[in-house]
Ligand binder design. Structure first.
Ligand code: ADP
Ligand code: MG
Length: 254
């Protein structure tokens, strides 16, 4: 992982548009006038201190959380209370969490086939073929008949990525996908994410993995206190942060 992956922004097509979004948990103002536009093929890394609203922001993008003000649009569909719109957006958006969230009582193959078969009515054979293709892509096809508990954390996270890809998303959201992993397993997951980035996937990744950010990010966004406070290319962001809060944060993680 040394050479910068070239930008895949080939069109002007906007995939995600977050416009002046505000969200409160009770009295607590968790997202403050957040705006973010992501083009097709673009890779965004979001970082910032714990509690700054990073997870809440990306969870709003597939409506795992509801925002109260502003507008979120995914591939032209506005996320509002219209259930059809929410379903349409969720079809487009894959999400990978810190905790892998695999179904523990199902084999790896069944984990991957479940949603395509039951939510998309895909014939089982076709779902299996797709699943095996993605398991091969993340390098663990030989684990297909095992249960999640029999795999390492790094392998489970690769399964979680493959499971998302089986739904053919047009954008992938990652929420600190390597934070729960032992250090020796981080690279195998980042390698899969780098491969995904070089294939042209539109991605928003909450991560503090700087080598990954430098390698794939078109833009790094820094959040603090519910706001986007700085945004830049990775090299400028890490080498020459513009504001005090970013400098302080980077001095803590570097
Ligand atoms: P980050 O991912 O940057 O660590 P989060 O988006 O998880 O931050 O959380 C931002 C803030 O919102 C934190 O102070 C957190 O305690 C609070 N928060 C998150 N989820 C909830 C919730 N469901 N109810 C109330 N407060 C929440
Ligand atoms: Mg978080």
């Amino acid at each position: 992982m040394t050479t910068k992956i070239e930008s895949r922004v080939t069109t002007n097509e906007t995939v995600i548009e977050v416009a002046k979004v505000n969200k409160w948990f009770g009295d607590f103002h968790v997202l403050k006038d957040v705006s973010l536009s992501v083009k097709k093929g673009e890779r965004i890394v979001i970082c910032g201190p714990s509690g700054s609203g990073k997870s809440t922001l990306i969870r709003c993008i597939n409506h795992l959380e509801e925002h109260q003000e502003g507008r979120i649009t995914v591939n032209g569909t506005v996320l509002d209370e219209n259930l059809k719109n929410i379903t349409n957006v969720r079809r487009e958006v894959g999400m990978v969490f810190q905790q892998f969230n695999l179904f523990p009582h199902m084999t790896i193959l069944d984990n991957l086939c479940f949603a395509p078969v039951w939510a998309r009515n895909m014939p089982r054979k076709e779902a299996e073929d797709t699943a095996v293709m993605y398991l091969e892509r993340v390098g663990i096809a030989e684990q297909r008949d095992k249960y999640p508990g029999q795999l390492s954390g790094g392998q489970q996270q690769r399964v979680a990525i493959a499971r998302s890809l089986c739904m053919n998303p047009s954008v992938m959201l990652f929420d600190e996908p390597t934070s729960a992993l032992d250090p020796e397993m981080i690279k195998e997951v980042l390698d899969v994410m780098v491969e995904l980035a070089s294939s042209g996937m539109t991605m928003i990744c909450v991560t503090h993995e700087m080598s990954f950010a430098r390698l794939v990010a078109d833009r790094v966004i820094f959040m603090d206190g519910g706001e986007i406070v700085e945004e830049n290319t990775p090299d400028k962001f890490f080498d020459n942060p513009q504001i005090d809060r970013t400098q302080k944060f980077l001095s803590q993680i570097l």
